[in-house]
Design a protein around this ligand. Structure first.
Ligand code: ZN
Length: 195
């Protein structure tokens, strides 16, 4: 169990105190705080960003062909979604084609050197909130794991008896340090987060 993230960096979100959207903290513009949400097509399982086609044009040549290929459960799911937002729709919208995909359960963030100054700013704010003594005791180290992702390690004894508010800040600081390490080393950081 648990929510993991992978990509240029890898790790596990802290249980109970860290959101899957925590990387938004390191984006300075309000519009950039929203991660890219991924959808997975029914049946073929291809993953795409929300804005793309209603059906998977990699696997099917028409909408109808994809729709006809779905099993009954998936067809029901799509019809249920139609009910959810039916209120504002005209009656004729019953014929409207629906997205033949469902949320994939992960989101994506992309960072590069243009984010670096803001990341440093947030890290230093977090450091003063957490306290330099705690930061030192964490004994934070970072290394590439077997999947070539930057993964960190800390002294977990330090966080055992800490309150949730401070734990949340420490979890965020660790994530920010990972993102910074990736940008410093390979000039970008892509993160796929389980939600
Ligand atoms: Zn497909």
């Amino acid at each position: 169990m648990g929510r993991y993230y992978h990509g240029t960096i890898g790790g596990k979100f802290w249980f109970g105190v860290q959101s899957s959207y925590d990387a938004s903290s390191f984006k300075d513009q309000e519009t950039n705080k929203i991660p890219i949400e991924y959808f997975e097509y029914y049946n073929c399982g291809c993953q795409v960003e929300k804005t793309q086609n209603l059906y998977c044009n990699q696997c099917y040549s028409t909408y109808q062909e994809h729709y006809d290929d779905l099993d009954d459960d998936d067809k029901e799911n799509i019809d249920d979604e139609e009910d959810d937002d039916a209120e504002d729709d005209d009656a004729e919208d019953n014929d409207k084609k629906k997205l033949l995909a469902h949320p994939s359960g992960h989101i994506k963030y992309e960072f590069d050197e243009s984010d670096l100054e803001y990341i440093k700013l947030i890290l230093s704010k977090l450091e003063s909130e957490i306290g330099i003594d705690v930061i030192t005791q964490l004994n934070f180290t970072i290394d590439e794991n077997e999947n070539d992702e930057f993964e960190y390690d800390i002294n977990n004894d330090v966080v055992k008896n800490i309150d949730d508010i401070k734990a949340e800040l420490i979890a965020r600081w660790c994530l920010g340090k990972q993102i910074k390490k990736a940008i410093d080393t390979v000039e970008y950081c892509t993160i796929f987060c389980e939600i």
